[in-house]
Write a protein that binds this ligand. Structure first.
Ligand code: HEC
Ligand code: HEC
Length: 75
């Protein structure tokens, strides 16, 4: 019985990961417009997507570093 514990723990972690990856929201694509083609570095996103700017991030937005790590470009 004792030897099955690691297996059960592993299965529980796996299940949790599967649930997280299916219920988590997908990051919206970066629009393929002129503005966004010009924005090539993460630093350039801030001015327009910061607080009080044209398209501010929601308060619940996930970690805000390395935008393009999560947001793919649409083409
Ligand atoms: C010159 C201003 C400006 C810059 C720079 C800019 N954005 Fe945007 N972005 C906007 C505006 C305004 C919108 C909303 C209107 C639209 O869809 O074009 C938008 C929309 C978006 C959306 C779609 C949001 C949605 O709800 O679908 C994403 C994702 C995004 N931007 C990511 C980025 C990233 C990542 C960068 C940096 C590489 C960036 N933007 C740089 C102005 C900017
Ligand atoms: C950890 C992954 C991740 C990173 C890093 C990230 N985003 Fe997002 N972003 C998301 C997800 C997921 C959503 C959808 C949130 C929702 O709809 O509840 C989102 C939504 C957005 C939106 C739509 C408005 C909103 O707040 O829902 C914009 C614009 C945006 N992100 C821009 C950016 C910019 C600019 C950066 C870098 C400063 C960035 N994101 C970094 C995952 C990420």
């Amino acid at each position: 019985m004792k030897r099955s514990l690691p297996f059960i723990a592993g299965a529980a972690v796996l299940l949790l990961l599967v649930i997280l990856s299916t219920t988590g929201k997908k990051p919206p694509l970066i629009p393929a417009d002129k503005t966004h083609r010009a924005a090539i570095s993460d630093e350039s996103c801030g001015p327009c997507h910061g607080p009080g700017m044209p398209s501010p991030l929601k308060a619940i937005h996930p970690p805000k570093e390395q935008c393009v790590h999560c947001h793919q470009r649409s083409r």
